[in-house]
Design a protein around this ligand. Structure first.
Ligand SMILES: *[C@@H]1O[C@H](CO)[C@@H](O)[C@H](O)[C@H]1NC(C)=O
Ligand SMILES: *[C@@H]1O[C@H](CO)[C@@H](O)[C@H](O)[C@H]1NC(C)=O
Ligand SMILES: *[C@@H]1O[C@H](CO)[C@@H](O)[C@H](O)[C@H]1NC(C)=O
Ligand SMILES: *[C@@H]1O[C@H](CO)[C@@H](O)[C@H](O)[C@H]1NC(C)=O
Ligand SMILES: *[C@@H]1O[C@H](CO)[C@@H](O)[C@H](O)[C@H]1NC(C)=O
Ligand SMILES: *[C@@H]1O[C@H](CO)[C@@H](O)[C@H](O)[C@H]1NC(C)=O
Ligand SMILES: [Zn+2]
Length: 709
């Protein structure tokens, strides 16, 4: 188990000790030899990085010099986030219902087809200069600007090139937005996707605002007036607010803002400083661009696996531009640290009984790209991919195909395996297109016996559960796992406690109404995703994982963050608590009492097995019920017993004591039996060797670039 060592070693030593120098330690870390782009595996930060002469000037910039997002004087009203309701949007005319004013929201996505009720913009019915989209702010607001986007459609090209803006307090008298003594004409879009910001020459106080297109793309009979928009404005204080539009936010005093890489690290360090006894920061590798993938561990015994204590993970920011998950995970670590210190029973219980790992940013390169554009101007896809253009949620080894092909070809059912699928050979080759970040996460999955996890995304509001990939490559098709009922329970646990999802009056984000399925859906029934992290996790490891799509807006404005924390706080806690459902136990040698690793735990009628981990402990997530459980291990006689799972949040303890099969009888038979395990380990070794070779090549290339300079 030498592999376990390196993770244990990754304790970020510079984040500990050093009584005086927080900034000192941090700046040291900033200027450390971090330009070495080592993927997959990483070394302790304090270890000498042999033979590398690297400090680049990029890393020695002061924060002031850094390119940050543009400062907006006022926040968005919330056309994109849906804080602005459909009833607050009106238009001079609209082409049809699917192109109504309620569709004129920044970044709204149409379905694949045009022509349904979910098209990708507001489009006017007429083509003249008298068309407008109107927003009722429902209170006096100081308007400062507009962000405009064209129509989202595969089939039509509709953009507004220029527009005027008018303001009113009563919708009867309108005042134009001025530029000195002239009516201002703002520059609109050149393409349909890039958001274009217009800041008003002078801000105007009013309740209503109209966007009034002047010129637009026209080509013969093509070219409607279509747009998606966001409006920037500061609400004026209103003592008699009849609409009560501002919900009371949250009492938790957390650091509600967007944190770029350095700020994220600083925040994590401050949590670690505040709660050194229950937290530990470690890294699991580096991004392609050389940024570290930091993890915050929260546990009563940070740094080690405890017998019988399940391991949990949240992973955010796999798509770098889906920024809300990152902030929620950062909020969660702050919250848990504080509540633990306050003696909050629920949090204390979680910390004592669970080992929690929080990875706020799986794709830090992508995040930095989106962050530099800012929450309103990053558009829909900027920063989604890795530095090399890889979508990490398609980048895990496709084990579904391996499994389904085997099922088709193998007539002897007893020879089929249903868990711990080895990674395919070609995935382990050096030229396999596997992102550094994916390699790091796979390595992490090997080193920590995770039982449950979720990865946090954005751009929709729904919880999806595996499989994510359809059989036979159908674009969408319900494709359940053998653990479907538990996965549905898990998804429902998050969705039903989430304040946005559980609101029966919420409108769909884009082009799918998930309310009808209670905000949960089988991933493959939504759309086919081969190589997803959820499917890989389930088929390759013991860990059950689901995806949470947190918000319609992938990158909400910072002003939305307290509300989003309030919407998700309970769900984040409830979901972690689900790791304590089902059965758990330790599998031991009857005579020596020693734990048996890699024993197979079979539950009757569920065609998916679990394996015990290094000390013989295991967790089998299950809904309440009575189960016949059988344990087999190489060299031991199988053992069966009945285990009851109850409704409360405590796992049923089901220990097993196995009897050794006398040596001579066991020979030969057992060898073939755990061929699967051997192959799995062999492929992982290959993947690790390939990753190391790639890292060495990159480091050498980086070294050469340095020398040339
Ligand atoms: C960077 O690496 C060089 C050479 O290994 C070493 O001398 C130097 O101290 C390192 N700098 C930091 C900040 O760790
Ligand atoms: C780094 O920046 C400093 C000051 O800005 C400059 O003097 C130095 O030459 C730069 N070094 C490199 C390697 O570009
Ligand atoms: C709307 O009313 C406010 C407060 O009376 C006033 O300051 C503002 O100029 C008015 N705006 C317009 C466009 O008339
Ligand atoms: C507003 O427009 C006028 C006329 O073009 C110009 O002189 C003035 O500088 C502008 N003010 C701002 C704040 O942009
Ligand atoms: C404002 O006026 C200036 C000077 O005439 C012009 O250059 C600029 O494009 C105008 N801006 C808008 C938004 O109308
Ligand atoms: C305008 O429409 C014609 C005929 O449909 C097409 O051939 C041409 O490429 C279009 N021009 C532009 C700039 O889209
Ligand atoms: Zn995503």
């Amino acid at each position: 188990m030498a592999g376990l060592l390196w993770v244990a070693l990754l304790l970020l030593s510079s984040c500990r000790g050093s009584p005086t120098g927080r900034t000192q330690t941090l700046s040291e870390d900033l200027t450390s030899n971090s330009s070495l782009p080592s993927a997959g595996e990483s070394q302790p930060t304090a270890a000498p990085t042999s033979g590398l002469t690297s400090t680049t000037n990029e890393t020695s910039k002061t924060p002031e010099e850094e390119e940050g997002p543009p400062e907006l004087e006022c926040p968005p009203l919330g056309l994109e986030s849906l804080r602005v309701k459909d009833g607050q949007l009106r238009a001079s005319s609209f082409k049809r219902r699917g192109l109504g004013p309620h569709r004129g929201r920044l970044n709204i996505q149409s379905g694949i087809e045009d022509g349904d009720i979910y098209d990708g913009a507001w489009c006017a019915r007429h083509r003249d200069k008298n068309q407008w989209l109107e927003v009722d702010a429902r209170r006096l607001t100081r308007f400062t600007g507009v962000i405009l986007q064209g129509r989202n459609s595969i089939w039509s090209w509709d953009v507004v090139h220029s527009y005027k803006v008018q303001f009113s307090n009563d919708t009867l008298v309108w005042k134009p937005s001025m530029n000195g003594s002239q009516e201002a004409v703002y520059e609109g879009n050149k393409d349909a996707e890039t958001p274009v910001l217009a800041v008003f020459n002078t801000s105007t106080v009013a309740r209503y605002i109209r966007i009034n297109p002047q010129t637009w793309y026209q080509n013969g009979s093509d070219g409607d007036i279509c747009l998606r928009a966001e409006v920037l404005g500061c609400a004026l204080p209103d003592p008699k607010d009849v609409w009560q539009t501002e919900p009371t936010e949250t009492d938790d005093q957390l650091d509600f803002r967007h944190h770029n890489y350095k700020e994220m690290r600083k925040l994590m360090k401050s949590v670690n400083d505040e709660c050194p006894d229950i937290t530990r920061i470690y890294t699991i590798g580096k991004s392609h661009g050389g940024l570290k993938l930091y993890v915050m561990e929260i546990s009563d015994n940070p740094g080690k696996h405890e017998l019988g204590e399940p391991e949990f993970r949240y992973v955010a920011g796999m798509h770098g531009n889906e920024a809300l998950g990152r902030e929620l995970v950062l909020n969660l670590m702050q919250y848990m640290c504080r509540q633990y210190k306050r003696g909050d029973e629920r949090v204390v219980h979680l910390v004592k009984e669970t080992r929690i790992h929080l990875l706020p940013s799986m794709n830090p390169d992508g995040y930095e790209t989106a962050f530099k554009k800012g929450s309103e101007l990053a558009g829909w896809a900027l920063g989604r991919y890795s530095h090399e253009g890889i979508d990490m949620n398609h980048n895990f080894a496709d084990l579904n195909s391996v499994m389904w092909t085997a099922i088709e070809l193998e007539t002897d059912r007893s020879k089929l395996i249903n868990h711990y699928f080895p990674i395919p050979e070609k995935y382990t080759s050096e030229d396999a297109f596997v992102a550094s970040e994916t390699r790091a996460v796979i390595s992490w999955m090997q080193n920590i016996p995770f039982v449950l996890g979720a990865n946090l995304h954005g751009g929709e509001v729904v919880v999806t559960y595996p499989f994510d990939m359809t059989r036979d490559w159908a674009p969408r098709e319900h494709t359940p796992t053998p653990d479907d009922s538990f996965f549905r329970w898990l998804a429902a646990a998050y969705a039903s406690t989430n304040q946005v999802m559980s609101d029966p009056d919420r409108r769909p984000c884009h082009n799918t109404d998930f309310l009808r399925s209670n905000n949960i859906i089988n991933g493959a029934a939504w759309h086919n995703v081969p190589g997803s992290m959820n499917d890989f996790s389930y088929l390759h490891t013991n860990c059950f994982e689901i995806t949470v799509e947190l918000s319609c807006d992938k990158f909400p404005h910072a002003s939305e963050l307290p509300l989003e924390w309030r919407n998700n706080r309970e769900s984040l806690l409830v979901f972690m608590e689900q790791v304590h459902r089902g059965i758990k136990g330790v599998i031991r040698d009857k005579d020596s009492g020693e734990g048996i690793a890699d024993a197979v735990i079979k539950v009757d009628e569920i065609d998916h097995h679990i394996r015990s981990v290094a000390d013989g402990d295991f967790w089998r997530l299950l809904n309440p019920g009575e189960y016949q459980v059988t344990v087999t291990a190489e060299g031991y006689r199988p053992s069966s017993r009945t285990c009851w799972v109850r409704y409360d949040l405590h796992p049923t303890v089901c220990d097993f004591h196995l009897t050794k099969i006398p040596q001579q009888k066991a020979k030969g038979r057992s060898l073939s039996k755990d061929l699967q395990l051997r192959l799995r380990q062999q492929r992982l070794r290959k993947l690790r060797i390939a990753t190391k070779a790639i890292n060495r090549r990159r480091a050498a290339a980086a070294g050469r670039r340095q020398t040339v300079r």
